[in-house]
Design a protein around this ligand. Structure first.
Ligand code: UDP
Length: 309
């Protein structure tokens, strides 16, 4: 296959580039490096079947030759990034997705959109099944990401229905691993770098809010399985092992052996109180479930952060 990965220099995007190259495919990696980094793909530069294009996908996308699959991963994805870049986030989810779908139509390519558990907002149903429509504040600061991804899902389904494109929607739950930016502001890089530096871990709110964390190799397997499947409806991919943020802070302290204290800071606006994927659809339709435990994934990630710090 010849695949286009938008956001290919980002955290999940670069792991996807690695996987497609390892499987013998040709990869066109497109990124405008707004939150992605060339460091994430530097090791792929010498590969004959790898090409990097610095391009903003909110502008028309032109690719020479055939394209068999498009994986649209371009977008700021950390709350501090999308709150700082609200217009870029809305544009990449809307105009960027439209452009990527237009290319899929022209090239008769499969299309996979990276959607998110944020489409469920601050959920009133727990755990979240794909049939739940969500509870999103459309005008809050966080809504720029949630609504961009909800629009992206809507236009993806419209192109599927109208233009008969073979589209896939993956709803990605919190994912972590090597190549997360140290300063990306999410809880995993924050807690690990704080623990390793011996400074206090910053819990926002009381720490009673929950998240469920999936190691990146499991996420990549889920993406590949969905792409290869005949499934067109949205599929949740995530690890259902749910932690309160307080429990998660203690886990990081245990795994790093750090003596850092815990301090409490203000909870961001519209921060979801709970989040846990119901993965019965992924199990049934894709035979996918996570293989790496959260603690094992964290140990690998901590080693990587140790080298970076
Ligand atoms: N969080 C925290 N301390 C931090 C960073 C995040 O307590 O230093 C909390 C945040 O308020 C949220 C959870 O951890 O409740 C997960 O935040 P993250 O930014 O990783 O991702 P989200 O799931 O909110 O998109």
């Amino acid at each position: 296959m010849r695949v286009l990965i938008t956001g290919g220099a980002g955290f999940i995007g670069s792991h996807l580039c690695d996987r497609f190259i390892a499987d013998g495919h040709y990869v066109v990696c497109m990124d405008n490096l707004l939150t992605g980094s060339l460091k994430n793909i530097a090791h792929l530069k010498k590969e004959k079947k790898f090409k990097f294009i610095n391009h903003d996908v909110t502008k028309h996308i032109k690719i020479m030759g055939s394209v068999d699959a498009i994986l649209h991963f371009a977008s700021p994805a950390s709350p501090i990034d999308y709150i700082k870049l609200p217009i870029q986030t809305l544009k990449v989810g809307s105009l960027g997705t439209h452009n990527a779908l237009g290319l899929a139509k022209e090239k008769k390519a499969k299309f996979l959109i990276a959607s998110t558990s944020e489409v469920y907002g601050d959920p009133l149903v727990h755990p979240q099944k794909e049939s739940y429509w969500g509870n999103v504040n459309p005008i809050g600061p966080r809504g720029v990401y949630d609504e961009a991804k909800r629009f992206a899902e809507a236009i993806t389904m419209a192109y599927h229905r109208v233009h008969k494109i073979d589209t896939k929607i993956i709803r990605i739950f919190n994912t972590f691993g090597e190549r997360m930016r140290l300063n990306d502001g999410r809880v995993v890089p924050n807690f690990i770098s704080q623990a390793l530096k011996g400074v206090p871990l910053t819990i926002y709110g009381t720490g009673s809010q929950t998240r469920s964390f999936c190691y990146v190799s499991d996420m990549v397997n889920g993406i590949i399985k969905l792409l290869k499947s005949t499934v067109n409806e949205p599929v949740n991919i995530g690890n259902p092992n749910e932690y309160s943020i307080m429990e998660f802070a203690k886990t990081i302290l245990k795994l790093t052996g750090s003596k850092s204290k815990i301090i409490f800071e203000k909870l961001p606006i519209d921060d979801p109180q709970v989040r846990q994927p119901d993965i019965s659809r992924a199990k049934k339709l894709l035979n996918w479930y996570p293989l790496i435990s959260v603690e094992e994934g964290l140990e690998r990630t901590i080693k990587w952060f140790q080298k970076k710090i």
